[in-house]
Ligand binder design. Sequence first.
Ligand code: NAD
Length: 487
Amino acid sequence: MTLDAAPLDYADPALHAQGLWIGGKWHPGGGIPVIDPARGLPIAEVPDAGIDAALAAVDAADAAAAGWRATPHRQRSEILRRMFTRMTEEAEALARLIALENGKALSDARGEVAYAAEFFRWYAEEATRIAGEFRRTPSGSHNILVDHEPIGICLLITPWNFPAAMATRKIGPALAAGCTVILKPASETPLTAYAMARIAADCGVPPGVINVITTTQPGPVTSAILGDPRVRKLSFTGSTGVGRTLLAEAARSVVSCSMELGGNAPFLVFDDADLDAALDGAMVAKMRNAGEACTAANRFYVQEGIHDAFVAGLAARMAALKVGPGTDPATQCGPMITRRSVQKIDRLVSDAVARGARIVTGGAVPPGEGFYYPPTVLENVMPEAPIAHEEIFGPVAPVYRFRTEDEAIRLANTTEYGLAAYVYSRDLARALRVSRGIEAGMIGVNRGLMSDPAAPFGGVKQSGLGREGGVTGILDFLEAKYLAVDF
Ligand code: NAD
């Protein structure tokens, strides 16, 4: 296919279910049904890769490695820029595909496509700015020359909640750095990943530079890939539990790891906050992707003077949301990804209620088809309830009351996670002081959305290792090589 070919309908699931993408070719097969979460019915089937296919992907990435590494940075940059342009041109169809297989509302899917495409534009720009270093040693003994080389073949593992953006956030910097990759997307949302492969091929990414495999046996397949000495990097986005397993697996062959893991974001609202701004921010921080986001506000801590007004305002906004299939343009809250997710949310809410929480709105699984959970607000939640410690990953907002600034910081930090947090206060000195006290990689100060390709995204504590995006994101895909030079 070339850029001049007739436009494809990227929203057509059948287009992306043609096989594993290895070495620039489709390798047909089946075995993994893709389910529409709005109806609980299959919409396509993609192949189930075993270990042989996984190692064939490593072979393909290896065969392409020398050529891609030698490709001038400007040329890599221009290919990435074309991928940005193509994604932008196909944005509406890609958004429909994401809404179909993931279930998120079309408006969220459109936002995701725009965000995802920006990683290609950002890393098209960064590809030409990979810096080196040259200086004398302090003693004057010799010269230090530092070059940055591509780290090697990368295994990229992504979750289902942002099927485009989590892939481009890794592919963009990896390709800019000169690495070849194997992408293993989540089995729930493989079609978007295969659409990315098709776009990359259309835009001139050579065969084998990007390979995509789907599998129902991620453990053994990952193990085989990481056990191959040609593979030098694992970049993972997903749950903390799987991240821990993969860190142990990667340790066996000392593979470099970047880990973007789970979150349990606190959302702090002080008495002096602008109530409407805090409510607007709360809706974004909670309801983007119907709560299925690692940065989703998981715990609302609201100071006692503003607590009741905040709960009333949040409940009114949550109750007004239109719930429905993601593909319906009127939908504001789509279905959850699986029935199991709905069951988990239901368990957390029932447990909180059994411990004394009050349901202000929502709180019951609706009858009928699809994996729905209604927008829900809980108040009077006990801080020891599991809902305060586990990722809800759904449209549920538990609200807790606090009195003092110190108490708010202490409550915010009572978690093993440290990805994102939010602080609302009109007093900027307080907001910055509180932000300093919170153990998180990212803090939204009077803002409910922080993700931006130009900013470093990532967490502390058990939310991960490393940062994606920004000027440092490319470093994870480069190795510094030091030459001690006399001349
Ligand atoms: P998950 O950990 O279940 O799966 C993530 C990926 O890992 C999928 O591709 C899955 O197939 C694969 N996987 C599962 N078990 C594996 C194994 N044993 N070996 C190798 N791969 C394996 O997570 P999920 O349910 O897809 O996504 C939701 C999670 O991702 C949440 O915890 C969320 O917070 C997190 N997340 C984090 C970020 C971030 O940037 N920090 C972004 C999005 C999602």
